[in-house]
Write a protein that binds this ligand. Sequence first.
Ligand code: NAP
Length: 313
Amino acid sequence: MSGLIYDVAIIGAGPAGLAAGLYAARARLDAVIFEKLGEGGQIAITNEIENYPGAPANSSGPSLSGRMAEQAREFGAKIIRDDIVDVELEGCTKKLTGKSGVYSAKTVIIANGGKAKPIGCPGETELVGKGVSYCATCDAGFFSDLEVFVIGGGDAAVEEAIYLTKFARKVTIVHRRDELRAAKSIRDKAFANEKLAFLWDTVVEEISGDGMVESITFKNVKTNEITTHNADEEDGTFGIFPFIGFEPVSGLYKGKVEMDPAGYIITDDNMKTNVQGVFAAGDIRVKSLRQVVTAAADGAIAAVQAEKYIEGH
Ligand code: NAP
């Protein structure tokens, strides 16, 4: 471990972490952002960002996050490629242990984000961004007048399926049971929607396609019957939106900061966790809207609060 103590150590380089880095560096704090893979978090897997205010038309997720990273660096934030595997958050100096080094900081901003639970079937990972999407708000527009399958029967699946009917020609909810888990008010809206169809007692066995989703194979869990849906010849493709649960990437902090039962970190409006000098921003925290714009806002607030915390210590 070097003797260097950063003012702010940010874990995660998605929009929340990058915005925190930008604000911290602009405040002339010694800021470092740790990222285990590439920059961008979830938007790095999003084809087009249409709903971030001011983003140029057709801006891709990677181009937007690339620009965010560049901007943070321009102001002096350091981005280190390391996987933080342990944290000691109590006390005035926080210690972060990565696979490549050990780091010290006066404050920590937790911005690891979250991830959609994957179905786990063959073909799914390969076709992410090529017909498979985990974000209807981001990607519904790409499926205008196409067919779409939504996987899952909870609030998220049914609400997102209803949203997708504004774009798609037909939306089919594929659920592993014959009864939706979603709240009654949401269910009622779904059953009244003429563009929504349901495929009950069904799970996804495989997704396939050459460069784009072209077919999906289902299994009926009661009869074991296997069926395959192929893309309409004129369309050439269709959409698949799995919503079988979203999970915060918060395992590292279990028992160290306060979380809700689902593992989301609890903060106040200033992004403060229950640990002094430790903040959380973006999808990893308890909040009502998980979007790039709210993640970036969280990051900005967390950085300003970290600055205030340092001034007071
Ligand atoms: P969820 O409530 O956990 O529902 C997940 C759905 O996916 C369930 O229908 C489940 O089936 C199904 N599922 C799980 N694993 C599966 C698998 N391996 N293969 C096939 N299907 C699978 O998750 P969520 O809908 O993302 O919601 C998460 C939380 O956010 C919930 O507390 C929810 O109430 C909340 N939320 C609220 C709103 C709202 O109030 N407007 C909107 C979105 C989310 P089973 O039903 O058989 O278990």
